[in-house]
Design a protein around this ligand. Sequence first.
Ligand SMILES: Nc1ncnc2c1ncn2[C@@H]1O[C@@H]2COP(=O)(O)O[C@H]2[C@H]1O
Length: 544
Amino acid sequence: MLTFLRKYLNNFTLDPNGKFYLGWMFFVAVAVLYNVWVIPLRSTFPYQTEENRLVWMLFDYISDFVYLLDMLVIQPKVKYLDYGFWVTDVTLLRQNYWKKREFKLDLLSLVPLDVFYILTGPDFVVLRLPRFLKVHSFWKFVSFIDKLLKNPYVVRISRTLMNMMYLIHLNACAYYAFSSWGGIGSNNFFFNGQGNAYIKCFYFATKTATSIGKNPKPTQEIEYMFMTVSWLMGVFVFAVLIGQIRDIISTANRSRTEYKKLMNETLEYMRRLNLPVEMQRRAQLWFTYTWKTQRTLDESRIMDCLPHKMKTDIAINVHIHTLNKVKLFADCDEALRRELVLQLKSVIYLPGDMICKKGDVGKEMYIIQSGKVQVIGSNNEVLATLSEGSVFGEISLLGIPGKNRRTADVRSQGHSNLFVLSKADLNAALAQYPEAQELLNKKAKLLMKKNAALERKQNAMIVIDNPIPPTKQAKLVDTVLQVVPADSKTNRLLRFGSRAYSKSKPENERFKFRNSLPHIASVGNFGDLDKSFETNVTVHRPLG
Ligand SMILES: Nc1ncnc2c1ncn2[C@@H]1O[C@@H]2COP(=O)(O)O[C@H]2[C@H]1O
């Protein structure tokens, strides 16, 4: 069992980005923080007493144990990258740590000056000052957290505030030490010994550092010197703090300021040109919606500085959700997918926006990231409603003879986020991947067939009002009608057929009128019928 444990401990390595290492670094950071705050406090203020000395010492040695464990067990096991390869050999890892400056600092931080307690007594806590040298581990932990947090400003602001607080803390300790040296309450400048010593001294240090005023007036030269140093420290701290906060705020607001500036310029330009109010309103809506969803007006510009491969990886990662739904991409080569993904440009359409118009020359195709679009046929009917992951606008790009124009209108139903792929980019990619070209061609043919069939069906249902009754009549019927008397049975039979003849009501009769019969007006007796025919009869007929 023991051999197994030793073997395991000898061979185990740590991932510098792993959770275990992060957890461990938290303990080290707490130990460092304890030492850097408590050592000056206990060295100056009378907070270490005979009663609590053992408790303080217990904490001291726990923190020393953490330091030791970190130096002997953890740090020599942390993997590192060598020319892009993780080094896992334990001997190399140990040697790597020993070569580092951090190892020397870690070693020095553990110099056991405490042994001199024998000479100075256990309250001379200044002997623990070397523990400060491990402060680099604390900042290492802070940058870890910086990488983990989504908001990059939280850690930067906390870091600046921590530095400021620490300097004030040191100043408070110095003020108390100075007051003890000069005699607590011995004059107006020194701490008067009333109330909680740390709180009062921290308050004094904050007042001095921030130059709020109402500070006790120094009387001796040494007091003047103390105040001058405190003020200089305050000026320095605040210069750094204000500079950093200004940087943080301006970086955070830069994109927003740029967006607002661009929107105002565009709207101002539209107003100057006296463009319709509705158009201006839509432009404003576009700006607002684009900013809300993307937090930038030009996504591609953000990644401009990155190398091509990294940009592709990021784009694939960001758009993987949509790309997985695109059948065209699912069925084709990974290399084509990588090639196409970088060419995609994100565009937003507002509700009711026409994305492409039937008959226009096709210059780009679209992939729906989110939202819905409607494909509209020739008779204004909705041929299809497409949603996330659908591809459209490709037919007119494929070079099918006689089909370089849009075959249908496509309209955005609500807000829709689309990827646009230009004809040149699509064709460049398809030239290398004929299977994808085939797939697109197949789909295009299928759609065109479907549309043609739908159009035929639609046309068959077209409603035509006020049809003009046929003027050409069968000559034989005409001749017979002219010779037989108008009110004779034969005449009626010829006009209305046997069923109409059997019903006597004229209002029923008009609905049984046969289209092939001669115009009633020419017969004279059925003038009323003639009128009602022209206004009421609806004919369904196929066109072509
Ligand atoms: N019946 C349909 N169903 C789905 N999409 C269609 C239909 N008809 C046309 N489209 C798409 O609408 C697009 C209009 O532009 P394109 O002709 O370039 O390409 C067309 C197809 O991508």
